[in-house]
Design a protein around this ligand. Structure first.
Ligand code: SAH
Length: 350
């Protein structure tokens, strides 16, 4: 009879939802879980940490996700859109700092047409960086068009793999639709990122276990996991924030199921705890995402309140995140940080 961790490492395909939920609910296992996740991370990825420079280029959004501070019906947000020239200028700064990935993130903003996003991709690719798009659900034809222009990765969290909860939180959207987009992105050859929030109202340990199984079954290349943080201008304003330890447990479990995936130490985790990101890097995470959104826009990309680094000199995050990595004895990678050097094969278990 295997212990549960041994089973996860050796036979992840045999692990049940109940077993994962049991690990999540049992805090006596935490130390062992965290140590094992760090061991697996070091075995597969060494001490290297990848940096991804993120540009939050628009906070307009057509959606109304109940948790999100930039939801369409929040009238207290000062909305902004960066021009293509402004975006490319920031991408240049990222490249000049030796950071090899540019993440382009925004609300779901149809103002940026297929061709406009295409132009960004073409101009930024000339800087010899990998590009991650994180702009929400678009048409399948657009995903294909951008892939052909050189986009490398697509980040679209599944938010929660509990179907009912997903549908409560996302008016006019469904979990099955989100899943179909993620599968399509994988089929097209994108390195595909899913991920979820921890501590959403109504989310129990079984729901969290579903998140772990979902990213494993999708064979997600990247998994972003952070705490839910209530925003005062949303319907979830009175809910509690997600808990640090629970987020770390989800990160660690995800590392055991996906030993070579790229897992960020998220900014939201750094927001609920001063050392949240350092702790995550010690529990299985291997990516950190310095913020390169210029002021004055940066302070208006308020997915949740008290987001860190809002008042920094707007290029400071590059150096700061490098220092975070070094302070815990890990190394800043100068590599592009792809999950696999040659992704010749589409793989997915769902
Ligand atoms: N429009 C893009 C980007 C969304 S913002 C897309 O749909 O993919 C990036 C992530 O921030 C979301 O996927 C969500 O998981 C997270 N987020 C939004 N509101 C949050 C909140 N209140 N607390 C914590 N994380 C939040």
């Amino acid at each position: 009879m295997y212990g549960v961790f041994e089973k996860i490492v050796r036979h992840p395909e045999r692990v049940t939802l109940e077993e994962i939920a049991w690990v999540i609910s049992n805090d006596e296992l935490n130390e062992k879980l965290f140590a094992l996740a760090d061991e697996v991370r070091q075995k597969y990825l060494g001490k290297q940490v990848y940096l991804r420079g993120i540009i939050e280029f628009s906070n307009y959004c057509r959606n109304d996700c109940l948790y999100c501070g930039i939801r369409a019906s929040n009238k207290n947000v000062k909305r902004y859109r960066m021009s293509i020239d402004e975006i490319v200028e920031r991408a240049k700064l990222i490249a000049e700092m030796g950071i090899k990935t540019v993440v382009l993130q925004s609300g779901e903003d149809p103002y940026y047409t297929t061709e406009m996003i295409g132009e960004m991709i073409q101009r930024i690719k000339r800087l010899n960086v990998a590009i991650t798009l994180s702009i929400g659900e678009r048409d399948f034809e657009e995903y294909e068009y951008w892939k052909n222009l050189g986009a490398d990765r697509y980040l679209m969290r599944h938010e929660t793999a509990d179907e009912q909860l997903y549908e409560k939180l996302h008016p006019n959207d469904s979990f099955q639709i989100r899943k179909s987009h993620l599968i399509r992105l994988k089929q097209l050859g994108y390195e595909t990122g899913a991920g979820s929030m921890v501590g959403l109202p109504g989310q129990n340990d079984v729901a969290l276990a579903k998140d772990v199984l979902f990213v494993y079954e999708l064979d997600a290349d990247m998994v972003g996991i952070g705490p839910f943080i209530p925003h005062p201008d949303t319907p979830l304003r009175d809910s509690k924030a997600g808990d640090l330890t629970k987020v770390l447990k989800l990160i660690a479990l995800t590392r055991l199921f996906l030993p070579d995936a790229n897992i960020p130490a998220t900014t939201a985790l750094g927001t609920i705890h001063p050392f949240g990101r350092q702790l995550a890097l010690k529990c299985g995470a291997n990516v950190i995402m310095p913020n390169f959104t210029p002021s004055p826009y940066r302070s208006h990309y308020t997915l949740y309140p008290n987001k860190i680094c809002i008042f920094e000199k707007d290029t400071a995050c590059g150096e700061c995140t490098k220092n975070i990595v070094r302070s815990i004895g890990y190394e800043v990678s100068e590599d592009f940080g792809y999950r696999r050097k040659n992704r010749e094969r589409f793989s997915c278990r769902v």
